[in-house]
Design a protein around this ligand. Structure first.
Ligand SMILES: [Fe+2]
Length: 181
């Protein structure tokens, strides 16, 4: 799926969720900023970035785990499997799936290459819930505050936090490499 079509698809699916759409546009901006770090894969990353939260759209909700629901919805639309994999696994998906007993459903998708998974997770965690650029530590703290301690997202993010921050660090290191193209 080309980026222009992906953009329009996400825009229409998230039409009733303006904050999610503002957040998704910011995630796309971050992905475009990383384009020189993820050669090849920049186009896949950008398409996945703008589509990564479509699983929150009413048309896509099924299991309630938005990464899986989004990836399944996009698969039904015929979107490339590399993009669907990134949507399926982004950020704390593996931890949420485990909490919800949905690991088998997540395993319907191939785990993406770690470089791209690091990149989409970096883009998500540096984009705030309303579209502003944020620091990943405050972003994770904000998610932990937004959900009750016994909520699945809170538990998953608390468990995932060290790994997610290590993913962000790897991307920051590559961004800082002086010899990158
Ligand atoms: Fe997101």
């Amino acid at each position: 799926m080309h980026l222009t079509i992906a953009y329009r698809t996400a825009e229409s699916l998230l039409a009733d969720l303006p904050s999610r759409w503002a957040h998704s546009r910011q995630v796309l901006e971050q992905a475009q900023r990383l384009s020189s770090v993820v050669v090849p894969g920049a186009e896949i990353l950008a398409v996945a970035a703008v589509l990564h939260d479509v699983g929150y759209a009413p048309a896509a909700v099924d299991t309630g785990q938005h990464m899986i629901d989004g990836a399944r919805y996009l698969t039904r639309l015929g979107v490339d499997s590399e993009v669907c994999s990134l949507v399926a696994y982004h950020s704390s998906s593996e931890w949420e799936a485990a909490e919800l007993g949905l690991s088998a459903e997540l395993a319907e998708f191939h785990r993406p290459p770690s470089e791209l998974l690091d990149a989409i997770t970096y883009c998500d965690l540096t984009s705030g819930p309303d579209g502003a650029e944020v620091d990943p530590v405050s972003r994770l703290d904000e998610v932990l505050r937004r959900y009750d301690p016994d909520h699945v997202v809170h538990r998953a993010v608390a468990a995932a936090r060290p790994t997610l921050l290590a993913m962000v660090k790897r991307v920051e290191k590559r961004l800082a490499e002086p010899d990158r193209p």
